[in-house]
Write a protein that binds this ligand. Structure first.
Ligand code: AMP
Length: 410
């Protein structure tokens, strides 16, 4: 289906051309007409499906007519990186419409955000905490919001943002259009949807199956040899850009140091780094300055980084969903990619789960010229707390839950 068939305002065609989109993706085909009719929408979409344009285009189509200079659409999203990414899509697609968008999130000074609000803006792309601060300080007014998008609702739940999201919903007019996107639907997200949407159209894009453009492989290895094997894989494999996931921030930093020591250009992304450092890491990785980025799951969700050739799970994630989101960073938009996971015997259950979802065994690779035999060094009391898999986090979400994957309720 091409974009002319949606009957979008002709002024939007410029932005669509600007973005280089030719045919609509399946979620766009399903969501755009429903949203243009004014329906509430619940979308279950795999990342990399074109979800962002699926809600931005109907928003622009609505805002292109009517008053300017006040926020009329609000997109609430869990992370700063996602907010920036959505804002960039809004900017790209709104070329020629004079519709303005701004981001609102913490970790940076509020003055630029307050100025953008003062200057007049129609679309807000916001993380919950800072948005509420600016609403309470009366810098942001939500009384003219016509469209509310709750993006990555399950992630917002994981990060403990749902109470803030409920406050935001109370601050926007009851008469509005609401779109909610979520990869999974734990009970809390179901409840939020039931309370905040009216007769929503449900659009499911077959979540929980990784993109078919990704090749998966497992690398069995004892825990204490993981770093050595990783360096070997990096040395032997023809990689373009590599995103490596670790379970903890501490380990992300440690692995990044080891990789740098081996002569690679590497950066790291996790929530102990300042917003400036996070942005520099991401920009440097996107531009190709850094060939490798080591990240915790904060980077796993929704980030649109083009042409990642390899995702390497240094540690197996806690859930199949987290695996799918992590490896969703490669193989995007029909490109191909490889997903490698270093596995220890502790990971057998998760491997079985993944194989059930993929409906086929995942190949296991042993490197011939890697020495798997060295025994584990005796561990000091200090190390013992670090090497082992940390206990799963308690289900109570923290307000600014530092990027932990809380167990999901199915
Ligand atoms: P998203 O799922 O919104 O993160 O989008 C994933 C990627 O697909 C982004 O790089 C988009 O620019 C791209 N994209 C979205 N819609 C289209 C389309 N209709 N044709 C080609 N690429 C698209």
């Amino acid at each position: 289906m091409n974009f002319e068939q949606f009957n979008l305002d002709s002024r939007l065609m410029h932005g669509i051309k600007n973005a280089g989109y030719e045919a609509a993706t399946p979620i766009q085909e399903a969501a755009i007409p429903a949203a243009m009719r004014g329906r509430d929408v619940i979308g279950t979409a795999q990342t990399g499906t074109g979800k962002t344009a699926a809600f931005i285009l109907p928003i622009l189509n609505k805002l292109i007519n009517g008053p300017r200079g006040m926020p009329r659409a609000l997109i609430v999203t869990p992370t700063r990186e996602l907010a920036e990414q959505i804002h960039q899509v809004a900017k790209m697609l709104s070329v020629g419409t004079k519709i303005r968008s701004t981001t609102i999130y913490g970790g940076v000074t509020a003055s630029r955000q307050i100025k953008a609000l003062k200057d007049g803006v129609e679309i807000l792309v916001a993380c919950p905490g800072r948005l509420l601060d600016l609403v309470n300080q009366r810098h942001a007014k939500l009384d003219r919001i016509e469209v509310l998008v709750l993006d990555e609702a399950d992630r917002m739940f994981d990060m403990g943002f749902l109470p803030d999201v409920r406050r935001i919903i109370k601050a926007v007019p009851a008469k509005r259009q609401t779109m909610l996107f979520s990869a999974t639907f734990p009970a809390e997200v179901e409840q939020l949807a039931a309370q905040s949407l009216v007769e929503p159209q449900k659009i499911a894009m077959g979540i929980s199956k990784p993109a078919h453009t990704v090749t998966h492989a497992l690398y069995p290895v004892p825990q204490h040899l993981k770093s050595g094997l990783l360096l070997k894989i990096l040395k032997q494999t023809d990689t373009n850009s590599v995103l490596i996931f670790t379970r903890t921030k501490h380990r992300a930093d440690k692995i990044a140091r080891q990789i740098a020591h081996a002569g690679h250009k590497v950066t790291s992304l996790h929530s102990n780094r300042s917003q400036g450092q996070r942005q520099n890491a991401l920009n440097g990785f996107k531009s190709g300055h850094f060939h490798i980025m080591v990240a915790t799951d904060i980077a796993a969700r929704g980030l649109d980084i083009e042409s990642i050739s390899h995702v390497i799970n240094f540690d197996m994630p806690d859930t199949a969903d987290a695996y799918i989101h992590r490896i969703g960073r490669t193989g995007r938009a029909q490109r191909t990619g490889d997903a490698f996971t270093l596995v220890t015997p502790d990971d057998d259950d998760m491997i079985r789960k993944l194989e059930r979802i993929m409906k086929e065994p995942i190949k296991k690779i042993t490197l011939e010229d890697f020495d798997y035999s060295p025994p584990a060094p005796p561990r000091s009391a200090h190390d013992r707390g670090r090497g082992a898999r940390p206990p799963r986090p308690a289900p109570t979400p923290k307000r600014f839950g530092k990027n932990r994957l809380a167990p999901r309720r199915k």
